[in-house]
Design a protein. Structure first.
Ligand code: FAD
Length: 475
């Protein structure tokens, strides 16, 4: 008799955040690194591939494994240590951005890099090397990771820092869960002197104006992000509302110290203090399904003029960063087909031409994104980086339940990808569902792909770690 632990995987539907891709998988939720190691051994014994999954916030198939095994790390969620003097946190991988700021903000620290939702996990944030609205200034999430422990599929636990294991450190961050499971991470946060930011809205009349504002302000602003109404055409193509936010200096906002109370940072559960926000998505569903998205975008754009006139104003960090968390389950408005996001990263010199072409082509194809978000980026030192010295435009497309229309959206995205890649652009796998395998070396360059495959062969020679994304791209 052996005392091998009994591992019971559960059959579940595992989809991307956008619900449009994914499928049935056997899921396990370990609570310790030992259980992860045992799960790897069990998967190997069964001859099955395993996908790592954090909070499941990647829009596409980065954390799904149709017909295979999924290790959901959301139950490894202990925040092991937080140093109130330095702002350095030590976390298990399932600790979320929300868990982190709830611990840090009372001590006057805020995570250096956060995504548009606070639900993402530390493991998922590092494995995708996420970016925030300050990517142009502070860089990517990986740049605030001091160290991590990587449990490889063969059961080795490797402590990685920039100095001790530089190649593995720079390949596993941004390596979309292909080299091992991060079981413990050491993360730096940044000092804040108020629980609020000074926010200004600026109306941008077209895409060129938006890009000009990004260039004019990026030397001084802490955060810049523009919402785009992608229904605008001709002279109004790429019109939108830029938001600039700046941290407040010591003493600049005496009342702001009160907002370092974590309960004042969370997004409120009710609209106007009364209507539960969980009830809002059906109204949004109606707007999507009766073709009123253009009108909603136009109204939002017009409302921007008032907001710009009333700027600047003070807003909590939580309210500024996590707008998308205001309406729980908002993605359900795209049911039954779901949604995909397409986020090209374009070098600065090609920005206006490529983004204009991408928007025009989507409009001409009759697939107008219901949401567009423009950001400024800077390069980072990670092997599988998606960053460029330039811009990204995240475009959210509702997916039709009709196969012919779904197929035509996939074709459109592949054609748009051609325009982006020909201009030296890149893609971000947290936001992808449509790229072809032939695009993988074009995104990163043949050299980087060869180096990544060498790391994969070294740490996971049996290719135990796979996802629907990694198979689609032929990683
Ligand atoms: C509403 C919304 C807004 C968003 N806004 C932004 C944004 O502003 N900027 C941005 O960059 N992204 C954004 N994202 C995308 C999101 O930040 C990324 O997809 C992130 O990776 C999600 O983290 P997760 O914990 O959900 O990971 P998952 O989506 O579950 O997994 C992501 C990847 O990480 C791997 N992984 C997970 N855990 C581990 C681990 N412990 N060790 C090794 N690999 C692991 C998985 O295999 C997978 O490849 C947004 C997503 C949503 C839903």
């Amino acid at each position: 008799m052996t005392d091998t632990p009994v591992i019971s995987w559960r059959d579940e539907d595992v989809r991307g955040f956008g619900m449009a891709v994914g499928g049935r998988a056997q899921v396990l939720r370990p609570t310790t690194a030992e259980q992860v190691a045992a799960a790897f051994a069990d998967a190997r014994a069964r001859g099955k591939a395993v996908a790592l999954r954090g909070a499941g916030c990647s829009y596409g198939d980065a954390a799904t494994n149709n017909g295979g095994l999924v290790l959901d790390l959301s139950h490894m969620n202990r925040l092991l240590d937080f140093d109130p003097a330095t702002g350095v946190a030590v976390c298990e991988p399932g600790v979320t951005v929300r868990d982190l700021w709830r611990r840090s903000v009372a001590h006057g620290f805020w995570p250096r890099v956060v995504s548009g939702t606070m639900a993402v996990s530390m493991g998922g944030a590092a494995a995708m090397n996420i970016h925030g609205k300050n990517n142009f200034a502070l860089g990517s999430f990986g740049e605030c990771v001091r160290s991590f422990d990587l449990l490889t599929p063969r059961g080795e636990l490797v402590h990685c820092t920039r100095a001790s294991a530089p190649d593995l450190f720079h390949a596993a961050i941004g390596g979309f869960g292909m080299l091992g499971c991060m079981t413990r991470l050491e993360i730096e946060t940044k000092r804040v002197h108020s629980g609020r930011l000074r926010v200004s809205a600026i109306v941008a009349k077209d895409i060129e104006h938006n890009l000009q504002i990004l260039e004019d302000m990026r030397g001084e602003a802490d955060y810049l992000v523009s919402w785009l109404d992608l229904h605008g055409k001709g002279a109004e193509l790429g019109r939108g509302l830029m938001h600039r936010a700046d941290q407040l200096r010591p003493g600049e906002d005496p009342d702001g110290l009160r907002f370092l109370d974590p309960t004042l940072q969370d997004v409120p559960p009710n609209l106007f203090g009364v209507v539960p926000k969980g009830w809002l998505w059906p109204g949004m569903w109606a707007a999507v399904h009766v073709g009123q998205v253009g009108l909603v975008n136009w109204l939002k754009f017009r409302a921007g003029f008032t907001e710009a006139r009333n700027s600047p104003y003070l807003q909590t960090h939580g309210a500024f960063h996590f707008l998308l968390d205001y309406v729980p389950r908002w993605q359900w408005m795209t049911k039954p087909g779901g949604l995909i996001q397409f986020q090209p990263f374009v070098p600065k010199a090609e920005g206006a031409r490529v983004l204009r072409a991408v928007i025009e082509k989507s409009q001409a194809a009759g697939h107008v994104p219901y949401l567009g978000v423009l950001k400024r980026h800077r390069p980072d030192p990670f092997l599988m980086t998606h960053a460029v010295d330039g811009y990204s435009l995240a475009m959210d497309f509702a997916v039709s339940a009709r196969k012919s229309r779904r197929d035509s959206l996939w074709r459109l995205c592949q054609e748009l990808a051609e325009i982006v890649l020909a201009a030296g652009g890149r893609f971000y796998y947290a936001k992808d569902a449509t790229l072809l395998a032939s695009s993988f070396p074009r995104v990163h360059g043949e050299g980087a792909v060869a180096a990544f495959r060498a790391q994969k062969a070294k740490w996971d020679p049996d290719r135990l770690l796979q996802t629907d994304l990694s198979r689609r791209l032929g990683v």
